[in-house]
Design a protein around this ligand. Sequence first.
Ligand code: C5P
Length: 232
Amino acid sequence: MTDDRLIVALDVPNVIAGLDLVARLGDAVGFYKIGLGMLTGGGLALASELKHEHGKRVFLDMKLFDIGATVEAGVRGLVQYDLDFLTVHGDPQVVRAAAEGRAGSGTKILAVTILTSLDRADLDANLIRAGDIAGIVVERAARALAAGADGVIASPHEAALIRALPEAQRKLIVTPGVRPAGSAPGDQKRIATPAEALLAGADHIVVGRPIWGDNDPRGAALAIRKSLPPLA
Ligand code: C5P
């Protein structure tokens, strides 16, 4: 049985490379994230193929942000691809519009709080108000969940604080910024191991480079799965 707590980020250039990686990973992985880098390389077609021909679950990471009417229309179009998860930025007006757009579909809307690649110096450069990142992330998460998000994206460092929110009852927490012990952080700044992320309250972890950048992606995925706490 695949353990869908592990979501692999298919951050490869096109559908051919994506399908090649999916074939190499085989039954080690049942859930994939398709992001912006793949969009012009056939990402939506790949989402359908993974879902309907390979029986995989699909997370489309679009991080949508626009006026409400545009977000609603965009989401309404995207849910026709039968996606499992779709991301939007966690601003309440964006989340509300996305929740309208996905009405009647099985797609879960996940809200991005603050990108896990950002630290306080980056937030200062972006004119985001003073205060520690964890506090801002938790407040954004609470507001997004109250506005109708099915879950949030957050770093493992904030997962426990979000899990403790009353707004987070029965909601999903998905954490990128996850690195197996000893692997390179890349541009991720607020990292934890896969097991730490789940123990902190995450439902799913998203892992990219430590799997697709490995010479043996299947071995890397299986090693991560083995490191996870037992399924509840
Ligand atoms: O290669 P790596 O494991 O860092 O990949 C993490 C994935 O999660 C990337 O596709 C990145 O876009 C995504 N992501 C993130 N931080 C967020 C939301 C999404 O790193 N807050």
